[in-house]
Design a protein around this ligand. Structure first.
Ligand code: ADP
Ligand code: ZN
Length: 215
């Protein structure tokens, strides 16, 4: 399947994407994970992205399109892909549309995961992430704590609170979302590609996607 996952930070895009990869081998492509990996590795991209990310601002569109232009042409995308955290602005959505047209790729659907703001705030402040950039497993101190406190179940690396998951950065990310990313819901509605799901449980989101794809 070839999907875009839309939704505020904390809506569950990453969780849903991981569940979908298990269904048919489509790859999850998370621009947030790619950027955090680059920051940790200290690459040129990471250096350019780091300050924006820590402030809760978006990284410039040119940087993101540079990453995605290459990523979508890698062979593992042929089987299908789940775009998690991209596109995030109207210019990114326009550029993606052109890029997919050139590559003759057709998307199945853009899924908007709609979760109430209070649920989002609670989730983000309690979220923890594996610090290993190759793993990035997500935990939650209330609902999904690692078996051993502060240690990733999957890879044994420290589980940490992301730099952009302080209360101040979270509130900035939500404002940024409302201003820059929420308009994409309209964009994909006009494209006739939108599936909006109001659901707090990721299982319900998966069920709605399966129904839409007829699988
Ligand atoms: P969340 O969806 O929880 O905010 P992500 O992991 O998707 O977190 O992204 C973390 C940060 O990476 C964002 O706050 C932003 O700075 C940057 N980022 C990720 N994807 C994009 C994108 N498509 N365009 C611009 N910036 C991005
Ligand atoms: Zn891990």
């Amino acid at each position: 399947m070839k999907l875009i996952l839309l939704g505020a930070p904390g809506a569950g895009k990453g969780t849903v994407a991981k569940m979908l990869t298990a269904l048919d081998g489509s790859v999850q492509i998370s621009t947030g994970d790619i950027l955090r990996g680059a920051v940790k590795a200290g690459t040129e991209l990471g250096k350019q992205a780091q300050d924006y990310m820590n402030r809760g601002d978006l990284v410039p569109d040119e940087l993101i399109m540079g990453i995605m232009g290459k990523r979508l042409q890698e062979p593992d995308c042929e089987q299908g892909f789940l775009l998690d955290g991209f596109p995030r602005t109207i210019p990114q959505a326009e550029a993606l549309k052109d890029m997919l047209g050139e590559l003759s790729i057709t998307l199945d659907v853009a899924v908007n995961i709609d979760v109430p703001r209070d649920v989002i705030l609670d989730r983000l402040t309690t979220r923890r992430t594996c610090s290993n950039s190759d793993c990035q497993e997500i935990y939650n101190v209330k609902t999904k704590a690692p078996k051993q406190e502060g240690v990733c179940d999957k890879c044994g690396s420290p589980v940490i609170q992301r730099d952009d998951e302080t209360e101040e950065a979270i509130s900035k990310r939500l404002d940024t979302y409302n201003e820059k990313t929420a308009p994409l819901v309209n964009f994909y509605e006009k494209e006739g590609m939108l599936l909006s799901v109001s659901a707090i449980s990721s299982d319900d989101v998966i069920a709605a996607i399966k129904e839409r794809l007829g699988s």
